[in-house]
Write a protein that binds this ligand. Structure first.
Ligand SMILES: [Zn+2]
Ligand SMILES: [Zn+2]
Length: 324
């Protein structure tokens, strides 16, 4: 169990991921366009919210409830981030919480090194498969299984959307000139390639930087950290030590000044009834900081999350079996 594991990069299956990075060279061959930049920022924001709100807080942690149709909408928008399917993503993330910063953690910078935790781990043959036993509570939905199995369908549709916008813009807005003009090339360069690459590395920072850079107000059994700077680009996920302390919460920013737009977006959606039962953090959990040594027998953050066992009882058991 403690033998050093060997991982092997699956270069053939990483061609799309590498190709998207190479694609940003296209920025050198198109004129600057504010329209394309604004589309890129818009796509970044909506896809980041789907990753943080749905892939992470909903599918991995079940921090709120929603309808079947809206969970599929969230899954599809998250899938447009080109970070594989929702169930693959959430199952691996549950694995991270189950084994945080141990030899069995899929992406621990302190165990496997910074770059492996940032992007190396998901490029390896050993991490391509869906860990179905980790996510049994969602495998019963065929539509989620479909986009998880065929995880390039939604990205292809997103690419087609970018093409369609770039093609139709001059027809719809013939007076848009100069930096406000928009061509297919500009749309692909800025709004598809650049937006997706920035989205990639912002998301990956949660797995890499947020276990090495920042503060640790809570004595969790891992190296998770809070980082206000990273929280800005990952829409509230920067409060990662808070999150490891109490994983099932719909909010990672426990205090009003902890920037967490993902929670605010979920709150707005709850006001209109699209999502409901947002899990909040009990006040005594918020106030139990590093100064207050956690009683070993006391219920910890992981206990409270019904999908995940405690850090001290990390075992190979299914994360979700008890949730069903
Ligand atoms: Zn973590
Ligand atoms: Zn998490």
């Amino acid at each position: 169990m403690n033998d050093k594991k060997q991982f092997h990069v699956d270069w053939a299956r990483c061609i799309p991921f590498i190709g998207i990075h190479i694609g940003i060279i296209s920025l050198c061959f198109v004129d600057f366009s504010w329209t394309a930049v604004l589309f890129g920022i818009g796509f970044y924001c909506i896809r980041m919210l789907a990753i943080t709100g749905f892939y992470h807080r909903y599918f991995a942690h079940r921090a709120f409830k929603t309808s079947r149709w809206f969970q599929f909408v969230g899954a599809c928008v998250g899938n447009a981030s080109i970070q594989r399917g929702p169930l693959w993503w959430a199952a691996h993330h549950r694995d991270h919480h189950l084994h945080s910063d141990t030899e069995n953690d899929v992406h621990s910078p302190t165990i496997s090194g910074f770059w492996f935790s940032h992007m190396g781990w998901f490029m390896t043959k050993e991490h391509f498969d869906l860990k179905e036993d980790r996510i049994r509570d969602f495998t019963k939905y065929p539509e989620l299984m479909f986009i998880t199995k065929y995880d390039t369908v939604v990205p292809a549709l997103f690419f087609a959307l970018c093409l369609a916008i770039g093609w139709s813009w001059p027809h719809l807005f013939p007076d848009a000139k100069g930096v406000w003009a928009l061509t297919v090339g500009q749309m692909i360069a800025y709004s598809f390639f650049a937006s997706t690459v920035v989205l990639y590395h912002a998301t990956f920072c949660v797995n890499s930087l947020l276990h090495v850079w920042g503060t640790r107000p809570y004595k969790t059994a891992d190296t998770s950290r809070n980082n206000a700077l990273i929280s800005i680009i990952v829409f509230g996920e920067g409060w990662h030590n808070n999150h490891h302390h109490f994983q099932s919460s719909a909010r990672n920013g426990f205090r009003w000044w902890e920037f967490d737009p993902t929670f605010w977006a979920l709150k707005v959606l709850s006001w209109v009834g699209i999502v409901w039962d947002l899990k909040e953090v009990p006040p005594h959990v918020i106030h139990r900081t590093a100064d207050a040594e956690v009683d070993k027998d006391e219920t910890t953050s992981a206990d409270v999350h019904r999908n995940l066992p405690t850090a001290k009882t990390r075992q190979e058991e299914s994360v979700t079996s008890e949730a069903l």
